[in-house]
Design a protein around this ligand. Sequence first.
Ligand code: TYD
Length: 137
Amino acid sequence: MNLKDRCPIINFKDLGDERGKLVVVEGNETIPFDIKRIFYIYDSDSTIIRGQHANRESEFVLINVAGKSKVRITDGKEEFIVELNKPMMGVYIPRMVWKDMYDFSKDSVLLVLANTHYDGSEYIRDFDEYIKELNKK
Ligand code: TYD
């Protein structure tokens, strides 16, 4: 399967009405895993690059609940960029896929859902090491 198909954009339903918007994200429903962890990144800006890692165990869904940012997604062979710019969309990132988050707007709040509790040892933060591990399989 190509990388884009492995990292689908998820469009959440808009349950808004005249009172405002409402978006629901549910584990094992719109999110393709059981959600164990939530974190959010804000107060970054257009000079910052975050992420720069792949995960041996974690899967993620990234949602800009406010503002916007970009995610560069690669497996060392293919690469594509997603602009997260509305609270109604997310991107799924499976295990062993490299991602960089950058170009954060001042008001960006990047919400991340994960299928794991945090374990720093499952992060691969060196791109050459990542490619090596991928090629081992
Ligand atoms: P880091 O992985 O560098 O963030 P990003 O993916 O945005 O580049 O994490 C920053 C710090 O926060 C690092 O010291 C690890 C810690 N951290 C946790 O303790 N738990 C978590 O769930 C996450 C994502 C990070």
